[in-house]
Write a protein that binds this ligand. Sequence first.
Ligand SMILES: Cc1cc2nc3c(=O)[nH]c(=O)nc-3n(C[C@H](O)[C@H](O)[C@H](O)COP(=O)(O)O)c2cc1C
Length: 308
Amino acid sequence: MIDLSVNLAGIKLKNPTILASGIMGVSASSLKFVEENGAGAVTIKSIGPTDRTGHKNPTVLAFDNRMVNAVGLSNPGVDTEVHIVKEAHERLNVPLIVSIFADTIDNFAVVADKLLETHPKIIELNLSCPNTDNEFGKMFALDADDTRKVITLVKKVTQGTDIKIFTKLTPEEEDFAELGKVVEDAGADGITTINTIFSMNIDIYSRKPILSNAYGGISGPAIKPVGIESVYTLYETVSIPIIGMGGILTGEDAIEYIMAGATAVGIGSGVYYRGIDIFQKVTSEIEDFMKKEGYKSIEEMRGIAHNS
Ligand SMILES: Cc1cc2nc3c(=O)[nH]c(=O)nc-3n(C[C@H](O)[C@H](O)[C@H](O)COP(=O)(O)O)c2cc1C
């Protein structure tokens, strides 16, 4: 009997696939739809302190092997999102990861505090969105001190609850291993990696960047090796669980992440490339591989790329 379940910081997932934040997950219905298509857990689009319309179109470009987006964290703001999260909890059978972002360190605490009444199991701190400004003019995750401060503050807010705090990082931080240690020492229960990476496309006929925001974040198959490297590096450094993502389209991609050390895997752009049932497809491809290679559990495969 093959066991596809995983234990993510004490929370059981029936399979290791998770809907990444920002794709589909804007309402209870869309999150439910992803659950019905086989995801082991789902992440809501990042929630901020107030409503944001995001950037003007065009905001998303899709190519054969990559997407580039600058959606700009559009969301209706935490006061409205509280109701969406409550409804999602009522309708979902799989765990919901509640992703949050803010423009200041203090506002992370404000958003987390307002969400307490929804009893989230996991709050994911999006410290790594490349498309928005904050009080420092750069991503929080590019500064170890800011990263530590956000985690410490949010942990204070969630003290006395069993909410797990995951921190979403960017591989653009030079000393990624050191950042991982900072995150773990600050008390985070897990790490999500990677977010999209800074990028740009230029239309050579109109002679200007294509995205209205000029800069965007690249995702999809082209970034998979970067995601794998970041999981591999963190696995050598920290003992908290890692959700690995970036470019996963197939079961083989997911297994690569697991062998690098991921406890679970996120799928975002893959929904565009393989359809909404990518979660079922990836899970059954993982199972086929395990059968063929004689693995009985996901746990047996985790981190084994480090053994050679
Ligand atoms: C259109 C789009 C919107 C995104 N929005 C968010 C977001 O709101 N919060 C977040 O943490 N990550 C966001 N991401 C990043 C994804 O969650 C993921 O980290 C990244 O796309 C890499 O995974 P992938 O290659 O499977 O897409 C977004 C990605 C895309 C493509």
